[in-house]
Ligand binder design. Sequence first.
Ligand SMILES: Cc1ncc(C[n+]2csc(CCOP(=O)(O)OP(=O)(O)O)c2C)c(N)n1
Ligand SMILES: [Mg+2]
Length: 656
Amino acid sequence: MSADPRLLANAIRALSMDAVQAANSGHPGMPMGMADAATILFTEYLKFDPQDPDWHDRDRFVLSAGHGSMLIYSLLHLTGYANPTMAEIRNFRQLNSPCAGHPENFMLKGIEATTGPLGQGFAMAVGMAIAERHLNAVFGDDLVDHRTWAIAGDGCLMEGINHEAVGLAGHLQLGRLNVLWDNNRITIDGSTDLSTSEDIPARYRASGWHVVSCDGHDFASIRRALDEAIADPRPSLIDCRTIIGWGAPNKQGTAATHGAALGVDEVAAARKQLVWDSEPFDLPEPILTTWRRAGGRSVGVHEQWRARLAASPQREEFVRRMEGRLPEGMAKSDYMDWLAANPQKVATRKASELALEAINAVLPETIGGSADLTGSNNTKTKAQKPLTKEDYSGRYIYYGIREFGMAAAMNGMALHGGVIPYGGTFLVFSDYCRPAIRLSALQGARVVYVMTHDSIGLGEDGPTHQPVEHVMSLRMIPNLAVYRPADAVETAECWALALERRDGPSLLCLTRQNLPQVRTERTDNLSARGAYRLRTASAVRRVVLLGTGSEVEVALATAAALEGQGIGVDVVSMPCWSLFDAQDADYRKDLLPADALKVSIEAGTTLGWERYADLSIGLDRFGASAPAEDLFRRFGFTAEAIVPRIVAALEAQGDQ
Ligand SMILES: Cc1ncc(C[n+]2csc(CCOP(=O)(O)OP(=O)(O)O)c2C)c(N)n1
Ligand SMILES: [Mg+2]
């Protein structure tokens, strides 16, 4: 390194304070405080190649303290990524600039994860480290041999999810995971003394981590800590003692630098303090040259890796998996033929297991798991061995009772690539993972959530365990495909759709109780259109029943009873709203014609069904503890209860 690292770090500081000043919005303190440690990491340790940001064996870096986004934008620009350009940095936080308020993985190469919701970046890094060790076990050191780095702040360590992520990483002994803690003892409200007395290093050590401290503004100290972290076989927390806003003479060390522009005067004072004479967004040539040289550091290593890949007998399979392509010929499935010939009366959670047996046999990239409900979620197939610290080649993760940690880890695994994670819990506990489900959707991560016990139909566990508002509230998350299949055939179809979907997450809502197989003919994937006509009216059609999941059976019984009274009824099964909404208008009109009374039947919140239905049979209250059949009767999910409501609605229509 020819230039003093302090000069290199000051380039980050200048870009950060100037960009925030220009936007009059943003967070200068974190990038200025961590500039020194980040400079050492990026110029001396991190393995990456700005010319090929997707290099499969690059180190992964996650800025968990996402509010410090100017740190990563600066680093990407300085090390020579094509983007962000200086013009884009000047446009920090403005419409269409990839330098968004918080780092977004879909906006810039080199941003491995979308961060900002504190704690989740750290937990995603754990998932990336799991994926790395797994793929290393499968493909060997020649193809997969990299580290996962994260920078996390006091907030990331304080969040509840940190406990889950740290526990999981320690348990799996993810020694290639190294987290730099920006230990500046400041958060928005002021000193961390206001809110915490925790002995963080002790907590990490107790969880199986290695902890090393350094002076985050002393380059030798930083190097020593990083070396020690790399050498230790445990996951490492690198406790970097830093000063927030370092370089801003009047504001450094205070919460004032956290989330606001420093102000013109303080920026000028910082320029003096840092001996930084250049104009805003102007980088001195020798400093930029040194940065760019550092960015190209790993080119030789990358070249050697390419040669090993070219010579590897596993090349095609490795590249296929890393690019997220499913194997050829997946669509042709003996299992669907078998189901058509052998109808199964099973719970859809069991149907999911049956589908998974077929899927896992031909898709080696799936990694299943459950948050301690393996036997209830039916997520483990027979051949799956656990992924453990002794054997990372396993394809099943016992996540423990860590729903949020599981969901975030799955995001990290999906973002790492090479694996397709799926994981289970009870649907009612989707609330425990919801912030990570939201990030799956925002990031476009292929994660499959297996959420069982999807209504009052779970029975005796009662209202604490009975989802009511969950299916509907999950449908509100943009880019999340929510499926509620009606039988074993639809369950297999929804699984196929979830796996084929490369640009976003899917969530399967599955029953605890047995359901009859309503589809016995071998057809194309009818669930692919989101909704389809399952039964066609015999008498003149006056009613269309819209059912999902376990209520499709109820809809069919209701239809039969109404037909007995001479009222023609179509039944539409609607496993996925968002796929239906994507169909053309003709298809949608054909299924839901204007001249029929449309009635939805779903054992959950009705708010939202008015989009499709004139009358909604649902549940707008909490359930109760009783056997499922009693609850279905009690809350009116039977043909006997529904028929009179529909007849009354038809009469009311006739009166108008
Ligand atoms: C889950 C979540 N809660 C709250 C926030 C709002 N927030 C952003 S930064 C921050 C303080 C974080 O403190 P620290 O990690 O120490 O960052 P520093 O002030 O040192 O940069 C808060 C509360 C958030 N981004 N995510
Ligand atoms: Mg802090």
